[in-house]
Design a protein around this ligand. Structure first.
Ligand code: UD1
Ligand code: MG
Length: 447
């Protein structure tokens, strides 16, 4: 069995982010950068994942949870030092290691899988993932000998002009066989422009010992792009969004204007869903098949059943669960509520902390007054009830099955099933009232 563990380098400060938040906790598509690396490594089959943390170590650890191994690199003395730190965190070292960085969110599990497969198939001691770019920029350059075999990596800042012209660059992702790695990693010396221990120097050391180095050229150079500043954060967000939207469109979701649809990484969608422009689907949200999501809809951590109709401008806040065939229409906000099958909340309502049964009709402008300034209270509306327009429901309160609430009521007491609840001032008409107070109309009468 080809077992390997993953080491994710994530201790760097990310100075160029100009942020209090550690770089790897900045999010794209609703997920921290480092979580993409963890997901990709896990998806590629890593038996364990070790995160090298330093800057904001506790924050990163709190965000990523205790399922992983953490190696704390107190001082960031370079990528080689980071891997040394990781090696000492394993109680039992795996036979092989996949090393990647915490700030390259576009790297997929499939690509890592191809890399590790090639590494094991070639029986290499190290396989580096490279990419060919029009301009190598600040990346390390892959050095090859006369017979095109990989023989080392030179950092851009330490490279000669001839080396700088090399377009095959180091992605910062590697597979190592642990045993030969251990022989050389202690030999790293900081004799370079930055005075750091460079992981890249391990390659020439391995080569000098006659070890086998190979490269896997990443077919899509976009995958290796890293985030170093907020402009790159925005660029990679856009690329990730395109990727997510493309995946859902191929899975049967229609997007009228995918450029304006924002779907977080972990959202789940059924098929035959129509998403109109300016739709935002966040966090742990799931939408069933056959739903129509109108323009300007925002959904956060909510579950939507099948064949629901939402929008325009519906806001579903965390903890909302809509059963099948629910309608939540124009300017409707729902928070932490369950809405039963076929119920309709077509316009201008706020529903919070409510349990609504099946076949309920909520009239325009209904408000659940769920918060008394100190506590939240629950409103219960049972099956087939009808709530008239412009109703305030002051909980704790319940409306029974098939009951009706008259429009304009402020309901503070339970309405029994099959009853009418009416709670509003009686109408009184004063005849001739307008004439008595408006001289213009009075004059007209004189003519
Ligand atoms: C590194 C590679 C370079 C490659 C590039 C790809 C080295 C010396 N150079 O350069 O060849 O082209 O990545 O993006 O490795 N980190 C730590 N501890 C440290 C230093 C870094 O955990 O002491 C982490 C950083 O948080 C980051 C990763 O290692 O996630 C890479 O470090 P970075 O400083 O960005 O290396 P580059 O200069 O980009
Ligand atoms: Mg970098």
């Amino acid at each position: 069995m080809n077992e390997f563990a993953a080491v994710i380098l994530a201790a760097g400060k990310g100075t160029r982010m100009k942020s209090e938040l550690p770089k790897v906790l900045h999010e794209i598509a609703g997920q921290p950068l480092v979580e993409y690396a963890v997901d990709a490594a896990a998806g590629a089959g890593a038996s364990r994942i070790c995160l090298v943390v330093g800057h904001g170590a506790e924050q990163v650890r709190a965000a990523m949870g205790e399922a992983h191994l953490y190696a704390v690199q107190e001082q960031q003395l370079g990528t080689g030092h980071a891997l040394q730190t990781a090696l000492s965190a394993f109680s039992q070292l795996p036979p092989a290691l996949l090393v990647l960085c915490g700030d390259t969110p576009l790297l997929t599990a499939e690509t890592l899988n191809t890399l590790t497969n090639q590494f094991f198939a070639e029986e290499a001691d190290c396989t580096v993932m490279s990419a060919v770019l029009p301009d190598g920029g600040n990346y390390g350059r892959i050095l090859r000998d006369a017979s095109e075999q990989v023989c080392g990596i030179i950092e851009a800042r330490d490279a000669s002009p001839a080396q700088k012209a090399i377009r095959e660059i180091n992605s910062g992702v590697y597979c190592f066989r642990t045993e030969p790695l251990l022989e050389v990693i202690g030999e790293l010396r900081p004799n370079n422009d930055q005075g750091e221990l460079y992981l890249t120097d391990v390659l020439s050391s391995l080569r000098q010992r006659g070890r086998k180095l190979t490269a896997f050229v990443c077919p899509d150079a976009n995958e290796i792009l890293g985030v170093n500043d907020r402009a790159q954060l925005a660029e990679l967000s856009a690329l990730m969004r395109q990727r997510i939207n493309h995946r859902w469109m191929l899975a049967g979701v229609t997007m009228i204007d995918p450029a304006t649809v924002y779907i977080d990484a972990k959202v789940e969608l059924g098929s035959d869903i129509i998403l109109e422009p300016q739709v935002y689907l966040h966090g742990n949200t799931r939408i069933g098949s056959g739903c129509k999501v109108g323009p300007g809809v925002k959904i956060v951590d909510s579950q939507v059943g099948e064949q629901c109709i939402l929008g325009p401008f519906t806001y579903l806040r965390p903890g909302t669960v809509l059963a099948d065939k629910v309608k939540a229409g124009h300017f409707v906000e729902i928070k932490k509520s369950r809405i039963g099958k076929g119920s309709k909340i077509p316009h201008l309502s706020y529903i919070g902390d409510a349990i609504i049964g099946e076949g309920v009709n909520i009239g325009c402008g209904t408000i659940t007054c769920n918060y008394d300034g100190v506590h939240k209270h629950t409103t219960v509306i049972e099956d087939q009830a009808f709530i008239g327009s412009n109703t305030n429901l002051v909980p704790p309160v319940s409306v029974g099955k098939r009951a009706t609430v008259a429009a304009g009521s402020t309901i503070t007491e339970d309405v029994p099933e099959d009853s009418l609840g009416i709670a509003r001032g009686r109408q009184r008409n004063v005849e001739g009232w307008t004439l008595s107070r408006d001289p213009r109309f009075a004059k007209k009468e004189e003519k």
